[in-house]
Design a protein around this ligand. Sequence first.
Ligand SMILES: Nc1ncnc2c1ncn2[C@@H]1O[C@H](COP(=O)(O)OP(=O)(O)O)[C@@H](O)[C@H]1O
Ligand SMILES: [Mg+2]
Length: 243
Amino acid sequence: MDERRAAVIAVGNLKGGTGKSTIAVNLACALAAAGEPTIVIDADPQLTATRWLRGRKVPASVFDAPLGDFAATPAWIAELQEIRRHNAFVIIDLPAVLGAALASALLLADLMLIPTSPSAIDLSATTRTLQRVARAAEERRVGHLHSLVVPTRIDSGWFDDGGLRRLKIRVPSPLTPPIRRSELFAQAFDAGNWIGGFAPRSPAHRDIRSLMAAARKALKAPPPLPKPTAIRPAAVMAAGLTA
Ligand SMILES: Nc1ncnc2c1ncn2[C@@H]1O[C@H](COP(=O)(O)OP(=O)(O)O)[C@@H](O)[C@H]1O
Ligand SMILES: [Mg+2]
């Protein structure tokens, strides 16, 4: 296929308030500011990303496309495929529910980002999310699904309660560089701006740029190796049978 198609990055977690929209919006704007036409598909009926980006002087665009109903999935996917032809990156901001939007995103995405704070309640939702993602990755017939957990609301210095260390122990999967706790994200939202426009070169902006680099690297990486699920009996293998 010689047609140019955007890379699709889905941002999801089965728990609300983990920082999905914050990551989706700021990552999209960082990519767009780096010269890559980028659009956020707002798949959450709460429309946080839409409220953040629509009509603002920000580099990324937004398309509100909540998907609550499996019957609407084919049309939603067709629309997204069309949008891919006109962008370099498509970022899907997902709702915190198991449903049609997550299922569709897992069919299409090249990379799933799963933001989580180190709190126990976020981490248990993150584990459930990772199980879904692993299953989707195994079932994928077209393309490959990479996934990365994004540690968010990480405290440093005096305030550090070992959150990142705890998170690394509880989540045995690849992590991006952490996004620290910063009130600048909420202030940028209130100002109708992204972090790089509101507080350029701030630590929060640097964190988003590091996340962008990690996402780009993951998209270029070779397909993830399938997990060895079951050990096949030696006799089956000797006979050259695969199932
Ligand atoms: N790194 C962070 N530091 C401090 N507050 C954050 C951070 N990321 C998100 N928040 C705040 O947490 C709240 C929920 O974030 P949001 O991105 O809307 O989560 P979600 O989309 O997962 O529901 C918002 O008030 C947001 O400003
Ligand atoms: Mg959200």
